[in-house]
Design a binder for this molecule. Structure first.
Ligand SMILES: NC(=O)c1ccc[n+]([C@@H]2O[C@H](COP(=O)([O-])OP(=O)(O)OC[C@H]3O[C@@H](n4cnc5c(N)ncnc54)[C@H](OP(=O)(O)O)[C@@H]3O)[C@@H](O)[C@H]2O)c1
Length: 225
């Protein structure tokens, strides 16, 4: 079987290393990019072609990379969080010419939690609060996942109701997200805990294998599961 030629942006990072560990024999890694070789890569002439890119880097790195991808289109799976609205728009712009998959959380569990929030449609008696806990090295706060769940709740409730998520940073926590619905007489808690980082790496590799077959467009977890 023909191997999928993969480029990895953020290869030396916590997530990049996890992707390299999780990689299966149907992928062949063509580029591993980090802060030491990224500028050189951009200047390289006649680069070998890549079937799909996976990106776990930082918003400013992704921003530079999008300029490259506009000139050298190839599908991309990005899990980088903390994107500005402008950068989100740039990703959407790229999706007009190639398949773009972006998810602030690559686990199927969080996609299922987002779906579960739909049960609150029409139930206006609850006050909501989202909170999240992550390791002390995480740069964005609140997490992209918490903001995604907040957006999802707002769309389910039909108006902006959910307060800003609360964030705790400390230790080595891979990611805990909790949604609380509180009324005068009851309280519902929905919680997702990532037990390791490989769940995100495997999700990204799976998305990469899927979007190589897709037409240009913007895809996220709910489109693929
Ligand atoms: N979607 C998800 O499921 C999910 C899950 C976990 C994390 N994330 C997100 O993924 C991103 C990465 O997380 P992480 O924990 O892996 O971060 P990390 O350990 O800090 O790794 C960041 C990576 O980006 C590279 N980088 C930084 N500056 C660069 C530059 N100027 N040029 C090229 N490469 C550069 C780093 O290279 P050096 O090592 O050379 O500096 C490193 O490889 C974050 O946005 C995080 O929130 C998403």
């Amino acid at each position: 079987m023909k191997k999928i030629k993969l480029g990895l942006l953020g290869s030396s990072g916590r997530m990049g290393q996890e992707v390299l560990k999780a990689i299966s024999s149907n992928f062949e890694v063509i580029f591993e990019l980090d802060s030491k070789n990224f500028s050189q890569f951009l200047k390289l002439k006649n680069k070998p072609s890549v079937d799909v890119w996976i990106d776990f880097s930082q918003p400013e790195v992704l921003k530079s990379f999008l300029k490259y991808l506009k000139l050298n289109p190839a599908p991309i799976v990005s899990g980088t969080t903390g994107l500005s609205l402008a950068l989100e728009k740039e990703l959407e712009g790229l999706s007009k010419i190639t398949a773009v998959f972006w998810a602030p959380n690559m686990s199927i569990g969080v996609a299922l939690v987002a779906k579960a929030l739909e049960v609150f449609k029409g139930h206006q008696q609850y006050d909501f609060q989202i909170d999240e806990v992550h390791h002390k090295h995480k740069k964005d706060s609140p997490s992209g996942t918490a903001l995604f769940l907040q957006k999802k709740l707002d769309s389910v409730l039909g108006h902006k109701k959910t307060p800003a998520p609360l964030a705790t940073r400390g230790g080595g926590v891979f990611g805990i997200h909790r949604i609380q619905a509180l009324s005068d007489e009851e309280m519902i808690t929905i919680e997702h805990t990532a037990l390791n980082r490989s769940v995100f790496a495997k999700g990204a590799l799976w998305a990469a294998s899927q979007i190589t077959k897709k037409k240009p467009g913007f895809y996220t977890m709910k489109d693929l599961i």
